[in-house]
Design a protein around this ligand. Structure first.
Ligand code: SAM
Length: 268
């Protein structure tokens, strides 16, 4: 595994990497949303994806499904723990420890770049998509999914109403996401579009929701100043969330808005 990590402002990349590394061995038991989003990306891939970059590959969650589509594969991730898992599962593939906002890779070398639920961990969507387009060949494609607002609801608003704290990162609205695509350099992408998909999952308890978020490593927030959840606080949150358990008696919903982004790199 080769290495190239640099720091940028906003997200504390070291903490993001640590959080995801800690979750590397539990990830596959908690990643239902990630698997559903991966299916969405795979359905758009086509049989000849050529040389492919899996940006933010995690523990190689999509690798088995991607390999039949591509002639060459490279998985990149910020978290060493994730890449260790990836390497154990697929020792014959290539893995690179790097920040996808500053890839230590030459321009114009991938036919296809996929990034499943990773670009929301980057500070500037336009900037990271520009970087992914930079390493894409002329005429190639970039396919991403990302978390948009509103997401992790009604948990986050219920929790905020109880203690005034912010317990998730701020997600772009679908409109702000479209604006980020319009800000891409015009000579890079001939086509840039996003569509929003809604996903709902049902949970037996708030505790189980929080376990899933922690289990995939998504329990990092930029401002880590919110008070720790006490047993009393959890009981109060559970009680407040019960008002949402109407459609499926006894179960609590968690709603996500996922942006599916498709970019075509210009041919020249
Ligand atoms: C939710 S997981 C998605 C993993 C995988 N793409 C999947 O389909 O399951 C997000 C991954 O992005 C990685 N990540 C977050 N920020 C990153 C960055 N700036 N550069 C590279 N990887 C990053 C995390 O370490 C984590 O493995």
């Amino acid at each position: 595994m080769s290495q190239a990590l640099t720091m940028t402002t906003g997200f504390d990349k070291k903490r993001v990497a640590q959080q995801f590394s800690k979750a590397a061995t539990t990830y596959a038991r908690h990643n239902e949303l990630q698997r559903d989003c991966a299916q969405t990306l795979l359905s758009q891939l086509g049989p000849n994806a050529g040389k492919l970059l899996d940006a933010g590959c995690g523990p190689a969650a999509m690798t088995a499904a991607l390999l039949p589509h591509c002639s060459e594969y490279l998985g990149v991730d910020l978290a060493p723990g994730m890449l260790n898992q990836a390497q154990q599962h697929f020792p014959q593939q290539q893995w690179l420890l790097a920040d996808i906002e500053r890839l230590p890779l030459a321009a114009g070398q991938f036919d296809t770049v996929v990034a499943n639920l990773v670009v929301q961990w980057c500070d500037d969507l336009t900037q990271v998509l520009t970087e992914l387009l930079r390493v894409t060949k002329p005429g190639g494609r970039v396919l991403c999914t990302t978390v948009l607002a509103p997401s992790m609801e009604p948990l986050m608003s219920t929790w905020r109403n109880l203690d005034g704290g912010t317990h998730s990162n701020k997600f772009l609205s679908p409109q702000a996401c479209e604006q980020s695509l319009r800000s891409l350099p015009q000579n890079l992408a001939t086509q840039a579009q996003v569509r929003a998909n809604n996903f709902r999952y049902w949970y037996p308890s708030v505790l189980q929701m929080l376990r899933d978020l922690k289990g995939i490593g998504a329990n990092y927030t930029v401002r880590n100043a919110t008070p720790a959840l006490t047993a009393g606080g959890l009981a109060q949150l559970e009680l407040s969330m019960r008002q949402h358990a109407l459609a499926e008696p006894g179960k609590l919903p968690m709603d996500w808005t996922i942006g599916v982004i498709e970019l075509d790199k210009s041919k020249t």
